[in-house]
Ligand binder design. Sequence first.
Ligand code: ATP
Length: 442
Amino acid sequence: MSEPVTMEKIVSLCRRRGFVFPSSEIYGGLGSTYDYGHYGVLMKNNIRSLWFDAMVQEREDILALDSAIILNPRVWEASGHVAGFSDPLIDCRTCKLRFRADKLDEAHCGRKPSKHPGEWKECDLTEARQFNLMFQTRVGAVEDASSVAYLRPETAQGIFVNFKNVLQIARRKPPFGIAQVGKSFRNEITPGNFLFRVLEFEQMEMEYFVPPDEADRWFEYWVQARFDWHVKYGLRQEKLRIREHSEEERSHYSSATSDIEYEYPIGWGELEGIANRGDFDLAQHTEASGTKLEFVGEGGERYTPHVIEPAVSIERIFVAMLADAYHEEEVAGRQRTVLRLHPAIAPVKAAILPLIAKDSAMVGHARSLYEELRREHVVEYDDGGAIGRRYRRQDEIGTPFAFTIDEQTLADETVTVRDRDSLAQERLPIGGVRAWLDDSLR
Ligand code: ATP
């Protein structure tokens, strides 16, 4: 049995192998913000594009959109965010720390970290006050109230305010959806937990507009479809569950919400939320803007569609997939750490390794195989150090296959392929490697 996966282990691997760094680290970092290195970028690109494939490319009923991050501030008044997008906060007069009133059981006392805030005799907590999570900024040079603007806290509103544009140009009829991926910003005050809760994150949201009497059916459909997507790309089913929100917990706009939760190293947490937003958003923007956001059928029937929204961040998927894939095991008396990532998610698909770096014939074969494969896939050439060390490095970044060029290659034009998970090795003709890899990644 391997040790339990802790968040510290994930953070340390991400740092060691260059997936993720603390942001602006040379200045001491900034809480809850991170920078992505090479492998982190590749893995995020894979998550984003697999989401896009499933939500847009492989369907006929969903269109793409990329709206601005800074919108007219009236959008956020109409959506209810200026008045209500807030968390209840509590300050401690003793340790001067600030906590979320609804998450005290996850926080630690500033002076006695083994206790929760309020549990130690010298804790002196204030009443809870509402704190808006939107980052404010100013547009233009004049510092008056009219120039206040916000960084979007969700991508969804950019979709609602474009409803009419898309409907007119794409000539769609509900049910149809609009999908968007982009950065969202929240001034979260419960930092920590690595990428699970960060100040800026890449949200992937899809608003699915449906006839009102079909909303319940489509809600169930999207909960299941999104659950299946996470399983397809490698999350273990026993680490996933669907949790329905109680009435008190639901947002002001929602008539039903289910979270797909994952058992992170820090405990069960929301991976993705699926909400039935009713006609709240389109009705609010119709009223506030004076532009009718409704569907008018050919026969003249008109209604405001209801909206089903699956919303998730790349960050929460990224951490869940790393935690799920992380394994420490003993192989032939040696410890190895391996990321058993789904091949489609893995940042690098294959490594090409000449057994002896000083052997120019081996290097020549390896380089030309590398040049051939990299036209189609992200592959890596590595001739640095002992072969065992090179394998271990690839295991740690989750590379599913390694092709090794050795003495036998020079004699019979075959290479060894090593499987990351089973460690099985077989020989393939070098000319057939490309087709073999294409098949294995399909
Ligand atoms: P939580 O209750 O965990 O704060 P939420 O209910 O506020 O989350 P939503 O507003 O439903 O989150 O956002 C939709 C999705 O966006 C979440 O399911 C999650 O995947 C992602 N998300 C939200 N906030 C953050 C954050 N601060 N960091 C990373 N991802 C986030």
